[in-house]
Ligand binder design. Structure first.
Ligand code: FAD
Length: 441
């Protein structure tokens, strides 16, 4: 598709309204082609809007391509956090049914307890609120091995969450974007960095303005960057993670695996028994290490992660942390680990108080909205976050298009019930329309 740009039109002239193509219900500009921006583009096109999608790289290579691909519900805190994750999980399933080539593996997760203390944390968490939504099952070691014969029988037990799922992070945003490029209302503008903002408009590094009824700034961990002129103080901080991937493992792992250290980091396990866990080894604690392990479609194992908060971040990778993660992974699996084929670091943005604010949404100029900072839940929640954006837009801007926009707004509104809380929608099973959908569930 040809790159469409608005030549040299200043933001004053743009005044937030650009005149959508005939037959379109309005136009949005999405900046950033990570999973947050791509899901905004997908849902906007699905709601009948015209989308101009701008990315500063030739193709995205940020957090959305570097993660585990976990659509991870189990560890989320009960309430809005869990509801957003559940809604994200459901929408991923709908997207996967509609977009050819998008792999969603719904094989759940096993959090493995190596000790009785870890098992006790799981047991207490299972009796706390929200368990039924996660569909957790506490398993004996025998039952865990039956479910996943590749886990070591030397464990104390496991917590199974059938709701967790996996997408392929090196492919997902690219597959979605290729799907979008086949839609008539979508325009892809790669290798353009947005450097300025105006009401309902952005200016790229070639000085060209792109205008819409609304702009979504989904620029990930590059914040503050572009935004420093428009927000008083940062609403996010950055977190750096070390990851690796092995060559194909001989067995089929099935569910995603987590170790007992993950209990220390996910809010769902914030129960009294947590205080009885012995301290982590100091180097692992300093690195915020937990083990997550996901088998890729080609058999390789993605293994991580660590959490680093102090900037400036190092540009190189710390080998000791890999020794720790590989040791943990080896202790949980029945067969030896295959050789490592790649190592990398990734950075995501999270809100300063991630329990109080699940992500950062703010209109920084008329018609220009930041959607950022979902932290370690961004891959999981991206479709649910985008769904909220598009529903709000269609509610708040009924003039975005000719007759018909109301019907579209209704579709999306019924899916989110007009709030950030997607729980009700998850129960009603309402769905947004996907562009080019063939087989809706
Ligand atoms: C190692 C790692 C593991 C993770 N694992 C998981 C997981 O398993 N499950 C989960 O739910 N979450 C996970 N996360 C979190 C998740 O990956 C992020 O929350 C999510 O990818 C953020 O998406 P994004 O679109 O906001 O950011 P990004 O993916 O960083 O995308 C932002 C895009 O904006 C572009 N951009 C920035 N500035 C401009 C500009 N001025 N003009 C044009 N384009 C611009 C960038 O080039 C980039 O492509 C993980 C994160 C990391 C780093």
């Amino acid at each position: 598709m040809a790159v469409a740009v608005e030549d040299g039109v200043g933001p004053g002239l743009a005044s937030g309204r650009s005149g959508p193509r005939q037959g379109s219900r309005g136009r949005v500009v999405v900046v950033g082609a990570g999973v947050i921006g791509t899901m905004h583009a997908l849902l906007a096109v699905g709601a009948g809007l015209e989308v101009v999608h701008i990315e500063r790289e030739i193709e995205p290579r940020g957090a959305s391509t570097r993660n585990f691909g976990l659509v991870w519900v189990s560890g989320r805190a009960s309430g809005a956090d869990l509801e957003l994750a559940l809604r994200g999980r459901r929408l991923w399933e709908e997207v996967a049914l509609s977009v050819e080539g998008l792999h969603l593996r719904t094989s759940g997760s096993l959090t493995l307890a190596a000790t009785q203390e870890e098992l006790e944390v799981m047991r207490e968490a299972c009796s706390a609120a929200g368990t039924s939504l996660r569909r957790w099952e506490l398993l004996s070691v025998g039952a865990a091995v039956d479910l996943c014969p590749e886990v070591s029988p030397e464990l104390a037990g496991a917590l199974y969450c059938p709701v967790d799922a996996v997408v392929e992070p090196r492919q997902a945003v690219h597959v979605l974007r290729e799907h979008l490029r086949r839609q008539p209302r979508y325009t892809w503008v790669p290798a353009r960095e947005v450097v300025g903002l105006g009401p309902g408009a952005v200016c790229d590094d070639l000085g060209q303005w792109h205008r819409g009824d609304h702009v979504y700034l989904c620029t990930g961990a590059t914040t503050p960057g572009l935004l420093s002129r428009y927000v008083e103080r940062p609403r996010t901080r950055r977190v750096r993670l070390q990851m690796l991937e092995t060559t194909p493992y001989r067995g089929e792992v099935g569910p995603a695996l987590a170790d007992g250290d993950s209990l220390r980091y996910y809010p769902a396990y914030d129960v009294p028994a947590l205080a009885d866990l012995p301290p982590q080894p100091s180097s692992a604690r300093a690195a915020g290490a937990q083990l997550l392990l996901v088998q890729r479609v080609d058999g390789g194992l993605t293994i991580g992660d660590t959490h680093e908060y102090d900037e400036p971040f190092p540009f190189d990778l710390e080998e000791d942390l890999y020794d720790h993660l590989l040791g943990r992974a080896a202790s949980l699996l029945r067969q030896p680990l295959p050789p490592v084929r790649r190592r990398w670091a990734g950075v995501y943005a999270e809100t300063l108080d991630k329990r109080a604010e699940l992500y950062w949404r703010e209109e920084v100029l008329a018609g220009v909205e930041v959607v950022n900072g979902p932290g370690g839940r961004g891959m999981t929640c991206a479709p649910a976050i985008a769904e909220v954006s598009i529903a709000r837009l269609l509610d708040e801007a009924p003039s975005a298009g000719p007759a018909g926009v109301r019907g579209s707004a209704q579709d999306v509104r019924s899916a989110v019930e007009g709030t950030v809380g997607p729980d009700r929608a998850a129960r009603t099973g309402a769905a947004v329309p996907w562009p080019g959908a063939t087989g809706r569930p």
